[in-house]
Design a protein around this ligand. Structure first.
Ligand code: ATP
Length: 241
């Protein structure tokens, strides 16, 4: 479905944030992308959804394609239309708009009927958002904002959801809830998911395949259960050996 081949991304023609990365996400798969701060994970997601600012980050080499079509030449809105939707780190809601307005913004490419059906689905998935639908997004808790960011992405009818650090800054109980939703989106709606996470143990629990990236390079990849059993991964990413 999504295929990256030997992708290299540079910032300011000086900082090589992504080096020679090849990666695949198959239909219906959850793939985890793990690595420490500054490893290049967010840059990779931005390269896929084509939201790198040209004057800053540039893809200098490689190919990124979806079902055989190159994404390198596609504008960001066309990539959304193709079904790749990016939930960025920090959620990026419109803080002065209500929850429902934020969700509806995600459906800007859809018809009115589709938006209303998708809203119902999101409210079923996150009853909390239904209760909060008239609230200004800036006043939501971190967990509610993450739900709204995922909900907004759902309004774009994704085939592949890219989630950047969905657990960041959230309480353990809320993280569990968000991850349950991620799994149910995958199981029940058949969504493919590319999941960037610092919380490696959680990500490896839900993913079937994982890539570990350090200094812009893939240093290890494999079935999630094998990665979780790897001694170096246990020591450096899971906090035990
Ligand atoms: P984090 O979890 O902290 O976001 P990350 O793995 O997502 O980490 P990136 O944000 O992709 O890492 O950053 C990769 C490298 O690129 C880092 O060295 C970072 O400092 C650099 N970088 C990121 N954004 C820019 C930018 N706009 N201009 C210049 N350098 C950047």
């Amino acid at each position: 479905m999504l295929a990256l081949t030997n992708v290299q991304v540079m910032y300011d023609r000086a900082i090589e944030a992504v080096r020679d990365v090849s990666l695949d996400v198959a239909p219906g798969q959850i793939v985890a992308l793990l690595g420490s701060n500054g490893a290049g994970k967010s840059t990779l997601l931005k390269a896929i959804s084509n939201v790198l600012y040209p004057e800053e980050g540039e893809i200098l080499h490689g190919e990124i394609s979806l079902g055989g079509d190159s994404l390198l030449v596609m504008p960001a809105d066309e990539i959304v239309r193709k079904g790749i939707v990016h939930v960025p780190e920090g959620r990026r809601l419109f803080p002065l708009m209500t929850v429902e307005e934020n969700l509806t913004m995600g459906g800007y490419l859809q018809s009115r009927g589709d938006v209303s059906a998708a809203l119902d689905r999101v409210y079923k998935l996150f009853p909390r958002l239904k209760e909060r639908r008239k609230y200004t997004a800036g006043y939501l808790s971190g967990g509610e904002q993450q739900m709204a960011a995922i909900g907004r992405a759902m309004l774009s009818k994704p085939k592949l959801l890219m989630l950047d650090e969905p657990s960041l800054g959230l309480a353990p109980q809320i993280i569990e809830q968000i991850f349950e939703t991620i799994v149910s989106l995958n199981h029940e709606e058949g969504l493919s998911i590319l999941l960037v996470e610092q919380n490696a143990s959680l990500a490896l629990r839900v993913a079937s395949y994982a890539y570990i990236i350090e200094n812009g390079r893939v240093v290890l990849d494999g079935e999630a259960k094998n990665i979780a059993g790897n001694d170096d991964v246990k020591e450096f990413y899971l906090g035990y050996s």
